[in-house]
Design a protein around this ligand. Structure first.
Ligand SMILES: NC(=O)c1ccc[n+]([C@@H]2O[C@H](COP(=O)([O-])OP(=O)(O)OC[C@H]3O[C@@H](n4cnc5c(N)ncnc54)[C@H](O)[C@@H]3O)[C@@H](O)[C@H]2O)c1
Length: 289
């Protein structure tokens, strides 16, 4: 209850009070998705969250587990929030819609969508086509599926709402790479900007705001794993690696998931009620470097 009690303070009531709001978050079992769930719950929101909780063959690092999802639910509850957490794959529209509907039936409303689930592969593969397809299916089509599942409920509410799509610094600036996963990741993340602009224009009359966020490197399961350690070591040894080109302007090598969640808590709040259609770098100056 510690987090909820903080919203009683005058300052918090003026800023990002999300009491009675409901957020739908994908990729919620760990990393940034979990950080969003916990942060929004601390500000009063209830959470509908899904995660695949299963590995994907073409990836070179593991996805989250069912235990990770349980831990997110526990952390949300510890903030005084309620959470419907389900295992679902953003590539599977019917499973996704079913999971969302269960949460929506439980809480009876929807205000916020955070389309966050995503994968990457920075090592090459014998099956480049499979890597390309899985990344596009998850990071681009999966986001479209997420919004398809949730938008009718957002519109029916008639209170407007906020959709945040997690792109990447790669969605604003491509770095050279012969790796299929890197090419697909950049293409998908850039594609999300086009999707965001289309939806932002379409639903602005209903006060539904749609924005992309573009984080630089963030500590999460995507960046802290055996494969990434090997790539970092290779980059440090001067070997050609996509990682060598990924540096921020501010002297901070990597952000924490909570840094991204803090910015998103503002973006979905009333304080940002006039912000729509923007591609917001959360990138320690990566884009200007
Ligand atoms: N970590 C970074 O450096 C970084 C930087 C910029 C953008 N991003 C983006 O941030 C988002 C969150 O990633 P993260 O950093 O928290 O990494 P992460 O790997 O810790 O979290 C991603 C989550 O998505 C889940 N997921 C993967 N495929 C799924 C699917 N098909 N259906 C449902 N869930 C699925 C995973 O199980 C995992 O829990 C991603 O879209 C990623 O591309 C990450």
């Amino acid at each position: 209850m510690l987090g909820r009690s903080t919203i009683q303070s005058k300052e918090s009531l003026i800023s990002a009070n999300l009491e009675d709001k409901v957020a739908f978050i994908t990729g919620v079992a760990r990393g940034q998705g979990r950080a969003h769930a916990v942060k929004l719950a601390s500000l009063g929101a209830d959470i509908i969250g899904i995660d695949i909780c299963k590995d994907v063959d073409s990836m070179d690092y593991p996805n989250a587990t069912p235990d990770d999802l349980d831990e997110t639910v526990r952390l949300v509850n510890a903030e005084g929030g309620r959470m419907v957490g389900r295992i679902a794959d953003v590539r599977d529209p019917s499973g996704l819609a079913e999971a969302f509907s269960e949460g929506h039936a439980e809480f009876g409303r929807l205000d916020i969508v955070i389309a966050n689930a995503g994968i990457i592969r920075l090592t090459d593969s014998d099956d480049r086509g499979a890597v390309w397809r899985d990344i596009i299916d998850t990071n681009l089509t999966g986001v479209w599926n997420t919004i398809e599942a949730a938008l009718p409920a957002l519109r029916e509410g008639g209170r407007g709402g906020s959709v945040v799509i997690t792109s990447s610094s790669a969605g604003l600036k491509g770095t050279g790479s012969e790796v299929a996963g890197s090419q697909a990741y950049t293409a998908a993340k850039r594609g999300l900007v086009g999707l965001m602009q289309t939806l932002a224009n379409q639903y602005a009359p209903e006060w539904i705001r749609v924005n992309t966020i573009h984080p630089t490197g963030v500590v999460s399961g995507m960046t802290v794993n055996e494969t990434m350690e090997k790539l970092s070591a290779a980059a440090a040894a001067g070997e050609a690696s996509g990682l060598a080109a990924m540096q921020n302007a501010l002297p901070i090598p990597i952000l924490q998931a909570a840094d991204i969640a803090n910015a998103v808590a503002w973006l979905v709040s009333e304080e940002a009620k006039f912000i729509t259609g923007i591609a917001l770098p959360l990138d320690a100056g990566f884009a200007v470097r």
